[in-house]
Design a protein around this ligand. Sequence first.
Ligand SMILES: Cc1ncc(COP(=O)(O)O)c(C=O)c1O
Length: 398
Amino acid sequence: MAPLLRSSKNPSIWERIRSDETTKLRLKYDAYYHIFEEQTGTRVKKEGKEYVMLSSNDYLGLSQHPKIKEAATDALQMWGSSTTGARLANGGRIFHRELEEELADFMGKEACHVFSAGYLACASAITGFIDRKDLIFADKNLHSSLWSGIQLSGAACERFAHNHPEHLSELLATEDPKVQKALVLEGIYSMEGHIAKLPALVQAAKEFNTFIILDDAHGVGVLGQDGRGTADHFGLTDEVDVICGSFSKSFSGIGGFVCSSQDGIDYMRSHSKQTIFSAALPPAATAGAHAALKIFRSEPEHRERLNQNLSRYLSLLNELGLDTWESESPAVPIVLGKKEKVYYFWKALLEKGVYAIISIAPGVPPGKDLIRTAISAAHTDEDLDIIEEAIRYAASKV
Ligand SMILES: Cc1ncc(COP(=O)(O)O)c(C=O)c1O
């Protein structure tokens, strides 16, 4: 156990909590933890005022889809609210197996395990495969769930410059060939909207015999045939060892998954504490995710509409000369550089009835303070007109 840090300067825990500057700043800006009283499609109401939602990860707009609602309701009626147990123990049900088999097949892998949160799934995608003796190579801009998994794995970690295959290669070349190596990356980076340069990154990894873990929380549903994700988009599914993701984006639900070979999933089920000691995905959430998966395959119109909406939105941002950090996906940042600018832009959007979110350093690299927006297939032409007017107004003000 680490030695106790005792010092007369140490404030009490409550003193530290009450004097915390980060919390004070957050409360001052009042930009987070908002509560909406109502939602109809892409419209939300806050304190009686209606906003068009412009930052949801509901990329395909399925959260109100009748087939998903019906599947979730039926599962709730039939199975109840929860299986109240871990999968290892008493929590597993036939509906978990059915979703896992279909999702594994969809993702081009032998096996799958579903979790009650994407965060747990992505942490498990690391702790379930990586040992403390291994060496991890991580993109600098990974999601927090992956950093948690890296820390919990106990492995040493080298960070490479964001989406930079040459830097990855340089780092890999300097390491001991006898050490087992793993690459951790995302398919679509949620803040930047960048698509991973997967062909070059995979090539670098393979040259040095490196295990590959891909978090495709934002790629599945959006990229690849029928929405099979980033690895499928590049034809590299077989080269990637583990693919994890979340049901809270295009699946419009809650939970997450890890797909790999059968040996890999069996190993994760006996080694990852996040897999072993956490309760199973509830019936309604499992049925909802399964219904969404079927919709990915059978209703391509949602992806088509998403692409149409995205191209109208990107043309507007380009016309106004706004910096979108070269986003190539429906996650579109508007980089403004300074937090004051971000704040005034965001306020102007709210004034005009559009809700987006703010992301400032240290959440993003210094100088990249931004408004994080996301386009959905559910945005109607009228929504897009409101968004256009609001963005023009905000851009003229800032
Ligand atoms: C890249 C990435 N991985 C994992 C997660 C975790 O998913 P969830 O929020 O569904 O737990 C997120 C969520 O924001 C994410 O963006």
